[in-house]
Write a protein that binds this ligand. Structure first.
Ligand SMILES: [Zn+2]
Length: 128
């Protein structure tokens, strides 16, 4: 989990808590339902109304969905982006050769490929 993801969790939890403290109220009789808008959960003037739990639940689900989407959007990238040392073309982590100029990719110490493989390919290319 990175900093941004932690921030999403924190804000999501805060929003859900605020929604619980200020839920939508409705006034319900056997004949009709009247929406009373949002009010503080502990507001004594709302004592004739009940919390519209259905609406509150839908709102919670909406917030949760947004948080989940943001969570995945803010994930750390699995691969380090490599660039060709010869022509600066952007390379895929699995590329052994540069797709632009054909030179062997310069590998970072924590890259996906092992330098051994790259060396082998260089010798192969020379022999062509
Ligand atoms: Zn290149």
């Amino acid at each position: 989990m990175n900093k941004k993801q932690r921030w999403v969790l924190f804000v999501g939890a805060a929003v859900i808590l605020l929604m619980l403290l200020f839920p939508p109220f409705h006034f319900r009789t056997s004949d009709f339902v009247q929406n009373r808008g949002y009010g503080c959960l502990f507001d004594p003037s709302e004592e004739n109304s009940t919390v519209n739990t259905g609406l509150l639940l839908v709102q919670w689900i909406g917030v949760l969905l947004i948080c989940v989407i943001l969570w995945f959007a803010l994930r750390d990238r699995k691969y380090i982006v490599n660039y060709c040392s010869q022509c600066n073309a952007r390379l895929q982590p699995t590329d052994k050769f540069c797709t632009e100029c054909g030179s062997t990719t310069e590998l970072k110490p924590d890259g996906e490929n092992k330098p051994k493989i790259a060396k082998k390919n260089k010798e192969k290319r020379r022999g062509r």
